[in-house]
Design a protein around this ligand. Structure first.
Ligand code: HEC
Ligand code: HEC
Ligand code: HEC
Ligand code: HEC
Ligand code: HEC
Ligand code: HEC
Length: 408
């Protein structure tokens, strides 16, 4: 009985420890995510500290405005100014005529993680030594951020040790109580039991208790497992990869603001396997007149003069063993680029948003209906399915899970 109760107790304690562990690591991840989002979207205009760039320094924004206001502002600053919100109008007057870009597609969680990052960054102790200029200062500050998450781990390990010790003590006490309760307190035998001698004896026996052993082993296996999985999940996956490109080409500007069609540059998407990266000639359709003197555009001129392609860094890259065809998905399947590549039209620097793992491909093939509208190719198949009473035809049903479709 008692043993069973003990093992339940151990399970519960383990669960508590693991919950604390995973919630704190997701806290660290939150602010890491915030940092990434900030760097990509906000750093061009804002400093996390007090310094003014194009917009105000963001130190202490959470004390200047409440969270709901901030979320509304970041999603639609111009709308807030237009609506006559007092704080918004005051800000606008201060920075006229510059107006902050709207981030309408950013989720509340994304914004909260940016705010968490700003707050954490300003709470971290200022580095006392080291370079203060531009990049150097940033690197030092980033290291301080790392240190604080390292500090977290230390606190967690200490907590764990304390919990294990407490468990051991509790188990010992329970053991003693168990024995005492089996002795009639009025019997002469009871008087002979030196309580503390018993306690000591029981502590010695603790190591032999199966419940304690199972619990300790379980705790160890779970923790080791978590550490290993955390490490392994990352191998070969480049989600979030966003290298700096040789020319500061912006999808946000071209595909977002100027609404140039993806196909205009990625000429292969409807025709074949590759989407293609545009050659410099395509850029020249516009840039022989647009902003020709800009140093970034001059780089395109130089590439053409030297007759060398621009060395764009490849972002998405499946291993050779897998076959992926764009026209199959975009033209036949009718999918949007954004379903696989994310909101490209908002990206200043292109970034890999999907994992590109086999599980990712298969998952979508299981969930997605084949687009059979206006596609004679599928008419017979749809009929066949309908005759069997199957209304939906998933990609999986037409062979989308067959190994040979994706592997030669
Ligand atoms: C194109 C430049 C630009 C970008 C990019 C930008 N901002 Fe701003 N931001 C401004 C300007 C300018 C203001 C001042 C108000 C105005 O004139 O629009 C401002 C004001 C703010 C304020 C109010 C600050 C205060 O002191 O009250 C917050 C908060 C803010 N921005 C957050 C963000 C966040 C978060 C991002 C990234 C998701 C971002 N901004 C991206 C230019 C920018
Ligand atoms: C004006 C030309 C142009 C337009 C329009 C354009 N792109 Fe691009 N795209 C490029 C160039 C140049 C690159 C390579 C440089 C880079 O990565 O930013 C690129 C890269 C990419 C990449 C990453 C390629 C890799 O290396 O893995 C994706 C994905 C992409 N574009 C998707 C889109 C989508 C989706 C749209 C439409 C919403 C679009 N592009 C519109 C020119 C364009
Ligand atoms: C359909 C027309 C069009 C095409 C094609 C085009 N661009 Fe642009 N590009 C623009 C416009 C418009 C601007 C904004 C100019 C401005 O800010 O006044 C711009 C701005 C830029 C800028 C920013 C320049 C600066 O200093 O502010 C870069 C860099 C750039 N384009 C690179 C490219 C590259 C590389 C390609 C080819 C892959 C390309 N563009 C293709 C229309 C085009
Ligand atoms: C079903 C998912 C999916 C859709 C939809 C999709 N892509 Fe891709 N895209 C990929 C994958 C996967 C790769 C990596 C291919 C490889 O490495 O062979 C890729 C690679 C690319 C590349 C890098 C160059 C290349 O051809 O490998 C560009 C550019 C690109 N996609 C643009 C687009 C555009 C533009 C659209 C919309 C018209 C689009 N993609 C729609 C999954 C998709
Ligand atoms: C819808 C497409 C698709 C189907 C169907 C598919 N695979 Fe894959 N597979 C991939 C892609 C993409 C990769 C590469 C990405 C990765 O390693 O996760 C891959 C990777 C692999 C790898 C290498 C894993 C590694 O770690 O390098 C093996 C082995 C594999 N697949 C076996 C199979 C077998 C066996 C089947 C049939 C039961 C199958 N695949 C069906 C898309 C597919
Ligand atoms: C967002 C959803 C989505 C993702 C992600 C996706 N696919 Fe597909 N795939 C489709 C759809 C829809 C079709 C059906 C197109 C059609 O009608 O033929 C399809 C069809 C295919 C086919 C042809 C299957 C057949 O039997 O004709 C292959 C091969 C394929 N996909 C490979 C891949 C690979 C490899 C990946 C991952 C790198 C991938 N797909 C990721 C949606 C997806």
């Amino acid at each position: 009985m008692i043993k069973r109760a003990l093992s339940y107790f151990l399970w519960a304690a383990t669960a508590i420890v693991l919950t604390i562990w995973s919630s704190t690591s997701s806290f660290a991840q939150d602010s890491a995510k915030g940092e990434k989002l900030f760097t990509q979207n906000c750093a061009s205009c804002h400093n996390v500290g007090e310094q003014k760039l194009i917009g105000p320094g963001l130190k202490g924004v959470d004390t200047r405005h409440d969270e709901a206001w901030l979320i509304k502002w970041i999603k639609n600053p111009a709308g807030m100014v237009a609506s006559g919100d007092e704080a918004a109008v005051k800000l606008y007057d201060q920075f006229k005529p510059t107006m902050m870009t709207a981030f309408g597609s950013m989720s509340d969680d994304d914004i909260k993680s940016i705010l968490a990052y700003i707050k954490e960054k300003n709470a971290a102790p200022e580095p006392t030594t080291g370079p203060t200029g531009g990049g150097g200062g940033q690197a030092v500050a980033a290291a301080a951020g790392d240190q604080s998450s390292g500090f977290f781990s230390v606190v967690l390990v200490a907590l764990l040790v304390v919990m294990i010790l407490m468990l051991a003590a509790l188990l010992g006490i329970l053991g003693v109580l168990n024995r005492l309760s089996s002795v009639d307190p009025n019997s002469p035998e009871a008087e002979k039991i030196p309580f503390f001698a018993r306690l000591k004896e029981n502590a010695g026996k603790l190591g032999n208790s199966p419940a304690f052993r199972t619990g300790a082993l379980l705790l160890f296996v779970l923790l080791a497992g978590k550490a290993t999985l955390d490490g392994m999940y990352g191998i070969g996956i480049h989600q979030g990869y966003a290298p700096k490109q040789p020319i500061a080409f912006s999808h946000k500007l071209h595909a977002g603001e100027y609404k140039i069609d993806c196909n205009y540059c990625h000429t292969g998407v409807n025709k074949g396997k590759q989407a293609n990266i545009p050659s410099a000639n395509i850029c020249m359709n516009c840039h022989n007149s647009v902003k020709a003197s800009s140093p970034e555009i001059q780089k395109i001129y130089r590439a053409i003069e030297k007759d060398q392609p621009i060395e764009w860094i490849r972002v998405h890259n499946l291993p050779d063993l897998a076959y992926f065809n764009h026209s199959q998905h975009v033209n036949v399947g009718g999918l949007q680029c954004q379903q696989c590549h994310g909101e490209v039209q908002t990206m200043e620097v292109i970034e890999q948003r999907s994992t590109l793992t086999m599980g990712w491909c298969i998952d979508c093939h299981r969930k997605t209906n084949v687009n059979s509208k206006d596609n004679k190719y599928y008419d017979k198949l749809v009929e066949l399915h309908a005759s069997k009473g199957v209304k939906e035809m998933k990609v999986a049903d037409i062979g989308g899970l067959e190994c040979s479709k994706c592997h030669y």
